[in-house]
Write a protein that binds this ligand. Structure first.
Ligand SMILES: *Cc1c(COP(=O)(O)O)cnc(C)c1O
Length: 364
C-alpha cells in the first residue's frame, strides 16, 4: 500500500509541504490470502496466543462492553505489566502497538536541537519518526560483525540514544553491561531500549530502571506474545518519563487502547508460563534452522530474536528472495547499503522451517 502512495505526485496542491516531504515507513508484505504461503517476513508468531487471551475473546457480553469509552489510563493492564517487572503502575505507559509508543517517545524526549544517536543498521521506523518530528539523526556504523560499538556513542551534546536490543534486522544482542555504559555516557538525556525481541533469549534492561532516571524500555505484544493484530505495546521507566509520554499522548489521542485490547493484553501478560513455553519452542526451531542453513554455507549473524539474518552462498540474497517467493515462501529482503546480501527470515513452525530448508537445498 505504501508503495502505491509513493507513486503519487509529490506536489499535490492540497498537501501541506510537510506531508509532501515525508517518506513513510514501508511495512513487510501482508498478503490478502495466506492459504498456500509460508510467511516468514514480518516476525509474527507461528503459534496462536495464550489460551487465556483467547478465552477473553469468547466471553459473553464482550461486544456490549464497547458501548462505553475504554479506561483512558488502562489501569488494570498497567498494574499487570508492573507486577511482571516489579515496577509501579506509574512506571508503565501503554500504546497502540510499540510503534505508537515510539512515536510519543521521539516527541517527548528527542525533539530537541541536538542529534539523536542510533546505529546505521537498525529498525527503519527510527529515521521515519526523525523526519516526521524534524529531529536530526546521527547514525553510527555497526562493526563488520554487526555488533554495536558502544564506545562510538561517546559523543558530547547528543539529544539522546535509541537502539533495539536485540537489534533489528540483525538479531544481535547487546549485554546489559554495555547498555549501562550507554546510560552512563548519556546520563543527561534519555536512552531508549526497544526490546521487541527480548523474550527470545535476552535479559531485559527493565531491571535497571530504578537505578537510571534516563532509561526507557519499550516492549510489544506483537512478537513473543503472538498478538501482532491486537496492537499493544508499552514503555517502562521512572515515573517522570512516563508522565512525559502521557502529556504527549493526551495531546494527541487520549483513548488509543480499545477496551477489548486492554482485556486481551491483560490476560496475555499475566500468563507468564505460556510466554516461556512459546519462546522456548521458537528458540529450538531457530537453533535447528541455524544449524541446517549453516551446513549449507549460509553466513548467519548470531541471533537472540525470533528471526535470523543470513547471507546465502552461491546466489545473491535478492535472487534467493525472488526464487523463494515463486515457491510461496516469503522472507524479507532489504535493498540497502551493507545488508543487501542478507535475508531476514522469521522463525515459523518446525514444518515451515523444514520446507524453507529443503527449498534452499534445491535452489542452491
Ligand atoms: C516489530 C517491532 C516494533 C513494532 O512493534 P508493534 O508493537 O507491532 O508496533 C518495534 N520495534 C522493533 C525493533 C520491532 O521489530
Amino acid at each position: 500500500m505504501s508503495d502505491q502512495m509513493s507513486d503519487q505526485p509529490q506536489d499535490n496542491p492540497f498537501w501541506s509541504p510537510a506531508v509532501a516531504r515525508l517518506q513513510p515507513y514501508v511495512p513487510g508484505e501482508q498478503p490478502k490470502t495466506t492459504a498456500r504461503l509460508i510467511k516468514l517476513n514480518t516476525n509474527e508468531s507461528p503459534y496462536p496466543p495464550s489460551p487465556r487471551a483467547q478465552a477473553v475473546l469468547g466471553e459473553a457480553g464482550l461486544a456490549s462492553h464497547l458501548r462505553l469509552y475504554p479506561d483512558p489510563e488502562s489501569t488494570e493492564l498497567r498494574e499487570t505489566i508492573a507486577e511482571q517487572f516489579a515496577l509501579k503502575p506509574e512506571q508503565v505507559f501503554v500504546g497502540n502497538g510499540s510503534d505508537e509508543v515510539l512515536a510519543h517517545a521521539f516527541y517527548s524526549f528527542f525533539k530537541r536541537p541536538e542529534p539523536l544517536l542510533y546505529p546505521d543498521i537498525t529498525y527503519s521506523f527510527y529515521p521515519v519518526y526523525c523526519q516526521f518530528y524534524e529531529i536530526e539523526a546521527r547514525t553510527l556504523p555497526l562493526r563488520d560483525d554487526f555488533s554495536i560499538a558502544v564506545e562510538d556513542y561517546a559523543i558530547d551534546g547528543a539529544g539522546g540514544v535509541i537502539i533495539p536490543n536485540p537489534n533489528a534486522p540483525t538479531g544481535r544482542y547487546l549485554p546489559l553491561a554495555e547498555i549501562e555504559k550507554l546510560l552512563q555516557l548519556h546520563s543527561e538525556r534519555v536512552v531508549v531500549i526497544d526490546e521487541a525481541y527480548i523474550d527470545f533469549g535476552g535479559e531485559s534492561a527493565a531491571a535497571l530502571i530504578d537505578r537510571y532516571p534516563n532509561l526507557l524500555v519499550i516492549h510489544t505484544l506483537s512478537k513473543s506474545h503472538a498478538l501482532a493484530g491486537l496492537r499493544l505495546g508499552y514503555a517502562m521507566g521512572q515515573a517522570h518519563l512516563i508522565e512525559a509520554l502521557n502529556r504527549a499522548k493526551n495531546s494527541f489521542n487520549s483513548y488509543p487502547i480499545d477496551g477489548i485490547a486492554q482485556k486481551v493484553a491483560t490476560a496475555a501478560i499475566a500468563d507468564r508460563e505460556w510466554l516461556t513455553d512459546n519462546c522456548a519452542k521458537v528458540i529450538a526451531t531457530r537453533e535447528y534452522t541455524v544449524a541446517a542453513l549453516g551446513e549449507m554455507g549460509f553466513d548467519i549473524v548470531p541471533s537472540t530474536a525470533n528471526f535470523i539474518f543470513a547471507k546465502p552462498p552461491k546466489v545473491s540474497a535478492e535472487e534467493l528472495f525472488t526464487t523463494l517467493r515463486e515457491r510461496n515462501i516469503i522472507v524479507r529482503y532489504f535493498n540497502k547499503p551493507r545488508i543487501s546480501e542478507y535475508l531476514r527470515i522469521s522463525i515459523g513452525t518446525d514444518e515451515e522451517m523444514e520446507a524453507l530448508v529443503s527449498a534452499c537445498r534445491e535452489i542452491l
